[in-house]
Design a protein around this ligand. Structure first.
Ligand code: PEP
Length: 254
């Protein structure tokens, strides 16, 4: 049975103290809640990871993730951070293939396939992001784009390895824009992804894969999005920077 998850992506926001204080608020607010997402993941800048992991110790519901990891195990890559280093400070997730990494840092499906392998080899669970641009959607290419991102980014994995991934459908036109995909648009793509996974890995793997929606998700639209049969939670950017908004999204499951 797949898990529902709400993951926050802080991006390059919050200094060290601001991050710790926001995370402490989030921890307090989700601590005693029996309802809502089964797992809450906070994906912070690298500088926060160790401290957040320490604070989250003993809380079985809250996990920590990074927002990127290098494809190499280690070496002369000045300024980069490896999957092994991320894992060593207590993080368990890593976002890979976020559209900002694809757009501003030239990350291709081929590079992301390598990053996925290295993350998995070091015990990190990738939150693998896929999604089309506005231009691609308007050209009717969205299904093909998503299929190619899956084929080139993750389909080299065998079923056991694939089962460790979380997928996030993030239409690029909805990220940070205030324009959310309608629940029908999001559900249509999530159902398509699950159908693709069933064809590749079989129905059981498809049914067990958590597929998050991301793109201007907030406390207001989350309940309707999360009520869709193939939407298993959210990857939250802007709204993850406010403890009340984020925890309201965590609770937005029926
Ligand atoms: C994101 O960056 O993954 C994201 C979904 O951002 P936002 O919620 O701000 O649109």
């Amino acid at each position: 049975m797949r898990k529902n998850i709400v993951a926050g992506n802080w991006k390059m926001n919050l200094d060290y103290n601001e991050g710790l204080s926001l995370f402490s608020e989030v921890l307090n607010m989700v601590k005693d809640e029996a309802t809502g997402a089964q797992e809450v993941v906070v994906c912070s800048p690298f500088i926060h990871l160790h401290s957040l992991a320490q604070l989250a110790k003993g809380n079985g519901r809250v996990s920590i993730g990074a927002q990127n990891a290098h494809q190499a195990e280690s070496g002369a890559y000045t300024g980069e951070v490896s999957a092994k280093q991320i894992k060593s400070v207590g993080a368990t997730y890593v976002i890979l293939g976020h559209s900002e990494r694809r757009q501003y840092f030239g990350e291709t499906n081929q590079l992301l396939a390598q990053k996925t392998d290295t993350a998995l080899a070091n015990g990190l669970k990738p939150i693998f992001c896929i999604g089309e641009t506005l231009q691609e959607r308007e050209a009717g290419q969205h299904f093909n784009i998503i299929k190619t991102q899956l084929e080139e980014g993750v389909y080299h994995l065998d079923a056991d390895k694939f089962a460790q991934l979380v997928l996030a459908y993030e239409p690029v036109w909805a990220i940070g824009t205030g324009v959310t995909a309608t629940s029908e648009q999001a559900q249509e793509i999530h159902a398509f992804i699950r159908q693709e996974l069933a064809a590749k890995y079989g129905q059981q793997v498809a049914d067990d894969t958590t597929i998050l929606y991301g793109g201007s998700c907030n406390a207001k639209n989350a309940p309707e999005l999360f009520a869709q049969p193939d939407i298993d939670g959210g990857l939250i950017g802007g709204a993850s920077l406010k403890s009340r908004d984020f925890t309201d999204i965590v609770k937005a499951f029926n």
